[in-house]
Design a protein around this ligand. Structure first.
Ligand code: EPU
Length: 340
């Protein structure tokens, strides 16, 4: 049975730990409850806020609509071929717990994505990625409920139109679907490991491992993340606050003359530049204003330093970073976190 609550604090439901309220709130554990909740919102003409792990949102004000916490649970498998298996996880499964479950079953492909905050259901939205892999590398399909028609639709990899922190669900499909579950094609043997990323190589070396198993890679990633990213349970944050900007290579060539040490990943006409470097070299790394700061070990992460920050304060802090980077480098940073 779906129950709707009123005037609920969203503080436990966002990893920034921002204290705002929602007018209406419900938690759903199956598709029927989800449909009832959506019907309630439609009848009352309420805006919707779909809550996964709350690790990619910034709540800047009270929400005058219906917030739905998606708690669909379960993991199932289906044999695919002699070297792979299809693993389906429901949207409300915690991402990292799911990765650990796959490792326990000796399924390879998600190990580089260990310890990413959030839930499985939001992973296709922004094509989560880290340390040389993205979910598009192992994604098979996902099913989603069409909010308008209540049909359940299946999206294959192509239909999801994955890009760097991008997908159909962030563009044309925005606010039109609720992702119900995601299926990955994972290897059962002959794992194709990806250890080219510099930080993984040095971490494995430090661990004294030359032929890493998928568990070793996961452990290396966990160690790297723990060493520079703040644990949202202890310090409120939403991971990378901005995307790494992709700029015309011609602009990069000009900038390089002035800023010789600027790291960059050229790719033909366009070049990706690490936002963390730009922010650090605009003087923001570790800087705190009021309750908000740029993380001292990774400038790309904005933190709720005192635990008392409001969403508006965090938003204003991010605007100041955008302005500084723009005036120094002529590059306009884009927020990766969804502003509500
Ligand atoms: N850098 C700095 N100063 C900083 C931070 C980074 O100079 O304060 C430089 C580093 O020296 C390095 C470069 O920036 O040359 C890249 O840094 P890093 O390897 O830490 O990765 P990132 O580009 O900052 C991206 C993802 C992370 C992901 C890591 C590892 C985005 C927006 N972020 O960060 O994803 O974990 O790569 O693959 O693409 C997230 O999305 O929440 C997230 C944490």
């Amino acid at each position: 049975m779906m129950t709707i609550q009123e005037n609920i604090s969203l503080q436990p439901y966002n990893t920034f730990g921002v204290a705002t309220n929602t007018h209406f709130f419900t938690e759903i554990t199956n598709v029927e409850e989800l449909k009832s909740a959506l019907t309630f919102a439609k009848e009352k003409e309420l805006p919707l806020l779909l809550l996964g792990g709350g690790s990619n949102i910034l709540l800047t004000k009270d929400f005058e609509g219906l917030a739905i916490k998606l708690s669909l649970k379960g993991i199932s498998t289906q044999e695919n071929d002699e070297n792979s298996v299809l693993v389906t996880a429901e949207a409300g499964e915690n991402w990292h717990q799911f990765v650990l479950w796959c490792l326990d079953h000796q399924y390879g492909g998600l190990e580089n994505l260990s310890l990413i905050p959030g839930n499985v259901g939001t992973s296709p939205m922004q094509n989560i990625g880290a340390y040389g892999t993205e979910i598009k590398d192992t994604f098979f399909e996902c099913t989603a409920l069409n909010i308008e028609t209540f049909n359940i639709e299946t999206f294959n990899k192509e239909q999801c139109q994955f890009g760097y922190r991008e997908s159909f669900f962030k563009r044309e499909g925005k606010n039109k679907y609720v992702i119900l579950n995601v299926t990955f094609q994972l290897t059962t043997q002959h794992h194709k490991t990806s250890v080219e990323y510099g930080a993984i190589q040095s971490e494995l070396e430090e661990m004294g491992i030359s032929t890493p198993t998928i568990q070793d890679i996961s452990n290396a990633v966990i160690r790297i993340r723990q060493s520079k990213l703040p644990d949202p349970k202890l310090i409120g944050n939403a991971g990378s606050f901005f995307k790494n900007p992709v700029i015309p290579t011609s602009l990069y060539e000009t900038l390089k003359q002035k800023f010789e040490n600027m790291p960059a990943y050229p790719n033909g006409e366009f070049t990706k530049v690490p936002a963390g470097w730009l922010i650090e070299h605009s003087g923001w790394k570790g800087k705190q204003i009021g309750n908000v700061a740029s993380h001292a070990k990774q400038a790309l992460v904005i933190i709720n330093a005192t635990g008392e920050a409001s969403g508006q304060e965090i938003f204003d802090f991010s605007t100041q970073i955008i302005d500084s980077v723009k005036s120094q480098y002529s590059i306009e940073l884009e927020r990766e976190v969804n502003i509500i």
